[in-house]
Design a protein around this ligand. Structure first.
Ligand code: ADP
Length: 703
């Protein structure tokens, strides 16, 4: 080339480069770049045919074909190493072919196109292969070396332009991907309650694998105990056992590096440690991989990996995006994990609640059912799905002791919601079933509070008392039958013993008299016990009759005390009635029952007093509505603790002073029941070692 020719050539190159960069700068994106760019190249090269192929994944895709049969665009993409273009791409070395008709590797279209010679050059910039471009001549024009140089220079410039657009494209694309992922993240956050961990993880891995053109994705989570990063299921593109066998120490391999350095790492050459880890997990076809720590706040949960079977699948530029996406994934995975944990806890609680035999249900603050366990289903016949969201009072109404609905204000649940105080009841309530039958229950109901301490609902636990009541009923029946059967022989025995003692059966020696008296006393105690038991069963079964009438208490007392004087005298005790100074009103009572209580209390007073006196007093209350009968003694007294239990069935105080005294522990219970039946109350005041006062009041007959 002459110097002027050289100058002209250089000018042409500069001009061409300018034109190329002009075209590139005007292109909005890559797709709108190919056609004008390639046309410009052909023009510069003064040819009228050529093809531009761009590397996408592992294959060359035709982007432009000029001066050729348009059908060439329909042909399949060219793999690296195949055909002229494939070979140039793989070797990255340009090629000149002067007689195309003799070239076997040329495609059919090219061969038929009456083309003569060709130059194919790689399109590359910054060491990165972008594609291949070819130009053809039809005429007998032989391409020169200078043509090749020029084309190489131009294509380098073109490649740089493409790269520039590509990276701005990539930026845009990244932006879009980020937006997409952000959307995914948003969605997963808002519906995290519906998500399960598996789905979330699989979707996340899938999305990332797609973005980075990799076939496999795996999340490892840190096992705090063993300090191992362990593969978790589900993995993307890996069999379960491959995922589970992927176990790395936190200081080992690429995973470990990503973990403890806290940064994403890519490997286009798999190191030996990582190969070992992959081998252990039976993962063989990995040529490149990328790993990033999964971090939430300051905690590293694990490492996320993407594997590719292609070499150099990941570029340094990918690291930033990968790391951003991984941190997004971390949020998703973390919230999902937390959700799973909560769900698990919830499940545990539900299993616990459903396995217990007690019915448990909960309502919100509007008294609508939010939970019923399976015992409720069993006991009431409702299905939880049927009652959820319904007002509890409509499906699980509580009934009173007469099986009548309870007024809204008096319903325990309502009271608990208002007051926050726990309510427990063991009797007097029934629960209605779906079929309107009902059963007796004992229940406890308590408020449910939120984190702020506000009442948000209430929970009820109840127990079916049917069986219990049946047993109790049977016990009562047994007692009542037994005592009736006992009463007759005892009375008979008493009669005979008295006959013997009175000498009606003949002269009785003094010793025999003593023994028979003992037997009489034993029989008498037995009679008292049987009478007490009879009274108990009568009271419990509501069979005790009360004929209420106006009676004069003073008269009753005077008459009754007379029968005790002998007994008092025997113990050397003074027994007296402090007569009222002014006339007292009559009381409304059954005279027999009044006496029964009086007898019981006076008899106790005498029994538990060693010395001193027993005094009976009548006292009218201030309002003049109740008259109280008070029986005071100077006896052993009763401790505060014992006073609390005194009126319970079978309660007897066992200490040195009372042990010798025989009794059933039923007397005071019976007295209390009788007093209550006649609208009265019984009470005790006592001091140990000083004495006791037992009093019971009864309503006065209005004048
Ligand atoms: P009991 O048949 O044992 O007398 P009660 O029900 O009548 O049964 O009385 C329960 C217990 O109360 C007695 O065992 C006794 O310890 C105590 N108690 C009853 N009355 C008196 C009293 N006046 N003074 C002291 N203790 C009494």
């Amino acid at each position: 080339m002459t110097s002027t020719a050289k100058t002209r050539y250089n000018q042409k190159v500069l001009q061409s480069l300018y034109q190329i960069s002009e075209i590139s700068s005007q292109a909005k994106d890559l797709d709108s770049l190919w056609q004008p760019l390639f046309q410009q190249i052909l023009q510069i090269m003064q040819v009228d045919a050529g093809t531009l192929l761009i590397l996408e994944g592992n294959v060359l895709q035709r982007k432009v074909a000029i001066g050729l049969d348009p059908q060439i665009m329909q042909e399949p993409p060219i793999p690296l190493g195949k055909g002229i273009s494939g070979k140039v791409a793989q070797s990255r070395k340009p090629q000149i072919i002067s007689d195309l008709t003799r070239e076997k590797t040329a495609s059919a279209v090219l061969q038929q196109a009456d083309l003569h010679s060709l130059i194919t050059v790689p399109l590359q910039a910054r060491g990165q292969l972008l594609g291949v471009l070819s130009i053809f001549t039809r005429q007998q024009r032989q391409f020169q070396r200078s043509d090749l140089e020029l084309l190489s220079t131009i294509s380098n410039q073109a490649a740089l332009s493409i790269l520039a657009i590509k990276s701005s494209d990539l930026l845009l694309e990244n932006q879009r991907k980020l937006e997409q992922l952000d959307a995914l993240n948003q969605i997963s956050k808002s519906i995290s309650s519906l998500f399960n961990f598996e789905e979330t993880l699989y979707t996340t891995l899938g999305v990332m694998a797609k973005i980075f053109h990799s076939e496999k994705g795996l999340l490892t989570l840190l096992d705090f105990k063993t300090h191992l990063l362990k593969g978790v299921l589900p993995a993307f593109g890996l069999a379960d056992n491959q995922a589970l066998d992927f176990r790395v120490r936190t200081e080992e391999a690429i995973s470990g590096q990503a973990f403890y350095r806290g940064i994403p790492i890519l490997q286009n050459q798999i190191d030996s440690q990582t190969k070992e880890v992959l081998k252990r997990a039976h993962i063989f076809d990995v040529k490149s991989m990328i790993a990033a720590p999964l971090r939430v706040k300051s905690q590293t949960l694990g490492v996320l990996h993407l594997f590719s079977q292609s070499e150099n699948n990941f570029q340094k530029v990918d690291l930033g995006l990968f790391s951003i996406l991984t941190s997004q994934a971390a949020v998703v995975v973390n919230s999902s994990m937390m959700f799973s944990q909560i769900a698990e806890e919830k499940n545990k609680a539900e299993i616990l609640l459903s396995s217990i035999g007690e019915g448990v249900y909960a309502v919100d603050k509007d008294l609508k059912l939010i939970f019923v366990n399976s015992a409720v289903e069993k006991l009431t016949g409702w299905l939880s799905e049927e009652v959820a969201g319904q007002r509890y009072s409509e499906v699980l109404p509580l009934l009173d002791k007469d099986k009548k609905p309870i007024a809204p204000e008096e319903r325990p649940l309502k009271q608990v919601l208002n007051s926050g105080k726990t309510i427990s009841r063991s009797q007097g309530y029934f629960l209605e079933r779906r079929d309107k039958t009902s059963f007796p229950i004992a229940f406890t109901t308590a408020a449910i509070y939120n984190a702020q301490g506000k009442i948000t609902g209430a929970i009820v636990a109840f127990r079916d008392k049917t069986a219990e009541l049946e047993v109790e009923e049977m016990k009562k029946e047994l007692i009542s039958i037994a005592t009736h059967e006992l009463r007759a022989p005892i009375t008979g025995m008493k009669g005979y013993l008295e006959m013997i003692l009175e000498g009606q059966t003949g002269q009785v020696p003094a010793e025999t008299q003593e023994v028979v008296s003992e037997v009489w006393q034993i029989n008498e105690n037995l009679a008292i016990l049987v009478d007490d038991l009879l009274n108990v069963s009568r009271l419990e079964q509501g069979r005790m009759q009360f004929n209420l009438q106006p009676i004069d208490a003073a008269e009753q007392i005077e008459a009754t005390l007379k029968t005790f004087q002998a007994q008092a005298k025997k113990k050397n005790l003074k027994l007296e009635f402090q007569k009222p100074t002014k006339p007292l009103p009559q009381i409304l009572a059954d005279p027999e029952r009044y006496n029964q209580v009086l007898i019981n209390l006076v008899s106790n007073a005498l029994k538990y007093t060693i010395q001193g006196k027993v005094v009976v007093v009548l006292a009218l209350d201030r309002a003049g509505r109740y008259l109280e009968t008070q029986i005071s003694d100077s006896g052993v007294g009763i401790s505060g603790q014992d006073q609390k239990h005194l009126f319970e069935k079978f309660y007897r105080i066992k200490n040195a002073k009372t042990r010798q005294v025989s009794g059933t522990g039923l007397g005071l219970w019976i007295c209390k029941q009788i007093a209550q039946r006649m609208s009265g109350k019984i009470r005790v005041r006592s001091q140990e070692g000083v004495g006791s006062t037992f009093s019971f009041n009864l309503p006065v007959v209005p004048r």
